[in-house]
Design a protein around this ligand. Structure first.
Ligand code: GLA
Length: 393
């Protein structure tokens, strides 16, 4: 009797472990794409916007440098039918989601969508609670490649259980879908979600208007504050499982060029997902240049998959390091002052991990090799700006 019981337990455990997993070999480098929220929020999103953004991603050269996901955030859904299947908001998406996904795919891009672990999404559209398997089945049928899964209206729910439930539902639906957990870091997903999601938000929302610091109503944070919240999380990130300090605000509000460059550089250093959130159709040339900087993107997409970390902190002046493949490394001098700051680069005294002398130095924003680490120098970093070096052995 006892052995039959044991046998059944073993069968159950191995069967559940077959399903209790996320799709492997996805997001081996941080996902790159575009998401509707930071510009269009609920009001402005519709199928025309999504189509035109897919067009712009190709036409403006973003696809060529690695951006691939076009993600509809909140407000595409309106209700549930009698069988519990989700109903699309026909006013915003008259052609339906499948047609839109097909269009995005026809451009050589991938398609993402949004839902919520609770009863309602943050914009009070229907959430997935109680309908996880039906929703996952629907997404697979539509050809969804990426799901952002939010955490509003989840009173009384356990985060681990809720996110594992959707992970299992996606797995059962059978289509490889990147699972982007948007739980805002409340339950420290970095400690338990490596086998649940491919990326997880570590913070509340970025201020979509691109403010540098401070917060709005305690909910929307300036991007430099989000940088501070990533300190110490580097050990949890790696291929297939990334910390997500939220989407990019480059090109939103009136973010000046220097701040946009610094914001983008820090997201590259942090191995953060690079999800643009601006209107790609009419972005400025400088925003386009920033978003498509190949050298910075290579830092972000480096296959070693290490998240950068702070090695020097002088208050308003910091040095960050990101180990890269082949023994290369990226070094970012981040000036948080509102005035230009001079910094004495002394290669052997910068606390750089595994630094072993004699690297070639390339200044990435200047696209210029400037010498080797045998020479120290004084450098001026402009106000709220960065200098990023790639050191090559
Ligand atoms: C939350 C998320 C945002 C966005 C909105 C949509 O605030 O954190 O990124 O998805 O919901 O309502």
């Amino acid at each position: 009797m006892k052995s039959i019981y044991l046998f059944l337990v073993v069968c159950f455990l191995s069967a559940s472990s077959i399903y209790a997993q996320k799709f492997e070999n996805l997001a081996l480098t941080p996902p790159m794409g575009w998401n509707s929220w930071n510009t269009f929020e609920c009001e402005g999103v519709n199928e025309t916007v999504i189509r035109e953004m897919a067009d712009a991603m190709v036409e403006k050269g973003l696809k060529d440098v690695g951006y691939e996901y076009i993600v509809i955030d909140d407000c595409w859904q309106i209700g549930r039918d009698d069988n519990g299947y989700i109903i699309v908001d026909k006013e915003k998406f008259p052609s339906g989601i499948k047609v839109l996904a097909d269009y995005v795919h026809s451009k050589g891009l991938k398609f993402g969508i949004y839902s919520d672990a609770g009863t309602m999404t943050c914009a009070r559209r229907p959430g997935s609670k109680g309908f996880e398997y039906k929703d996952a089945e629907t997404y697979a049928k539509w050809g969804v490649d990426y799901l952002k899964y939010d955490w509003c209206f989840t009173e009384g729910q356990d985060a681990k259980t809720s996110y594992k439930l959707m992970r299992d539902a996606l797995y059962k639906a059978g289509r490889p879908i990147v699972f982007s957990m948007c739980e805002w870091g409340e339950n420290k997903p970095w400690e338990w979600a490596e086998n649940v999601g491919h990326l997880w938000r570590t913070t509340l929302d970025i201020d979509m208007n691109g403010r540098y610091d401070g917060n709005v109503n305690g909910n929307l944070f300036g991007w430099s504050d989000l940088v501070d919240m990533q300190v110490g999380l580097e050990k949890y990130a790696g291929p297939g499982h990334w910390n997500d300090p939220d989407m990019l605000a480059v090109g939103n509000g009136d973010m000046p060029i220097n701040e946009a460059r610094a914001h983008f550089s820090m997201w590259a250093m942090l191995a953060a997902p690079l999800m643009a959130g601006n209107d790609l159709r009419n972005m400025s040339f400088s925003d386009q240049e920033i978003l498509t900087n190949k050298e910075l993107i290579a830092i972000n997409q480096d296959v070693l998959g290490k998240q950068g970390f702070k090695v020097v902190d002088l208050g308003n002046f910091e040095v960050w390091q990101k180990p890269l493949s082949n023994g290369d490394m990226a070094i970012c001098l981040f000036n948080r002052e509102i005035k230009n700051t001079k910094y004495q680069v002394n290669w052997n005294q910068m606390n750089i991990k595994d630094f072993s002398g004699a690297y070639t130095i390339k200044n990435l924003w200047q696209n210029k090799v400037i010498g080797t680490t045998d020479t120290n120098f004084l450098i001026e970093v402009p106000a709220r700006d960065v200098v990023v070096f790639r050191l090559t052995k």
